[in-house]
Design a protein around this ligand. Structure first.
Ligand code: MN
Length: 321
């Protein structure tokens, strides 16, 4: 076996370090430009119309499962945002009476005021400012959703979000489940000028307590000063950010209240600049790339499964309150 002679060896080392230098230079310029691994904005929705859900929730529907848009929001199917609204005191029950769901989860965030809920699987309770309820309808429940009695009696500002989270086909017919989570259960990650409250998934070293069927990150960002929020998610995941109050700066543009930012799946990093006194809801998740067939309160994979859902509901198989 012939060994390299000295000259060949030196040439080889120079060649290798040359490669390393070229590699380092391109890595540095890539990081300086900062757009190779950065998620680009795909759409920004700014809703105009508000509509009533029952007589308690005056909402903007920011997205729902139609056509191509679903590709960019999955695993999230629908978002209703009820921006702050003052309700006078009443002895009446305000909200939505008994109705069914099958095939997904409803996640309700109370930002101002209180919401009372009960469902046919035995789940229920009252959630107030900062709390969250995560109802897994799965095979089917019947539930109702109202302003809490105590809140209705006194009246005041009310603000909430309801999000629908899809389930993969294999989990759509599993047992219903209920998670009621109090504000104090959520860990906070302090940042210079604000904090990130973690509902589900992870931010830096903190994990949110909500259990999910597919990988999901869900945060509430609150700022008191200008704050840089270094979001980082899996390549190929979907990300949505709702601006509830204040302003977010991204890609040299500013986005104000009620803007919903929807990002490309490609890339990992979202270096947000958030203005003082802003509140954001950040949603990120692994896409569920399966066909969906949605009809009213049911979200399944095929038309046949929707027909079965309607028949099962009518036959009382989703229970009663
Ligand atoms: Mn409902």
């Amino acid at each position: 076996m012939k060994f390299f002679d000295r000259r060949q060896l030196v040439k080889a080392i120079i060649g290798l370090s040359g490669l390393a230098i070229t590699g380092l230079a391109s890595w540095l310029s890539f990081n300086r430009e900062g757009n190779m691994s950065q998620k680009k904005l795909k759409f920004v929705q700014t809703p105009q119309e508000q509509h009533w859900v029952g007589d308690g929730f005056f909402v903007h529907t920011l997205f729902h499962p139609v056509g191509d848009m679903y590709k960019h929001t999955t695993p999230f199917i629908l978002m209703d945002y009820a921006p702050p609204k003052n309700f006078p005191q009443t002895s009446a029950k305000r909200g939505v009476g008994e109705h069914p769901h099958r095939g997904f989860e409803t996640v309700t965030f109370a930002f101002k005021g209180e919401i009372e809920h009960r469902d046919s699987s035995g789940g229920g309770g009252v959630i107030g400012t900062g709390d969250l309820q995560w109802m897994t309808a799965a095979a089917g429940v019947v539930h109702d959703e109202f302003h809490s009695r105590d809140f209705a009696k006194i009246g005041g500002d009310f603000e909430m979000v309801q999000l629908w989270v899809n389930l993969p086909a294999k989990d759509k017919m599993t047992k219903p489940k209920y998670q009621g989570r109090k504000d104090k259960e959520f860990p906070r990650v302090p940042l210079d000028g604000g904090e990130v409250k973690v509902y589900a998934g992870e931010f830096k070293d903190e994990k949110g307590p909500c259990e999910t069927f597919t990988p999901i990150n869900m945060y509430n960002v609150n700022t008191s000063d200008v704050c840089n929020v270094p979001l980082k998610f899996e390549e190929g995941s979907n990300t949505l950010i709702l601006v509830m109050e204040g302003t977010v700066n991204y890609e040299g543009k500013s986005f104000g209240e009620k803007s919903l930012l929807i990002f490309e799946r490609e890339g990992e990093e979202i270096p947000l600049e958030v203005e003082a006194n802003s509140r954001l809801l950040v949603l990120n998740g692994e896409p569920i790339d399966e066909p969906i067939y949605a009809h009213g309160p049911f979200v399944m994979n095929t038309k046949q499964e929707i027909i079965e859902a309607i028949e099962d509901f009518q036959a009382g198989k989703m229970g009663r309150l």
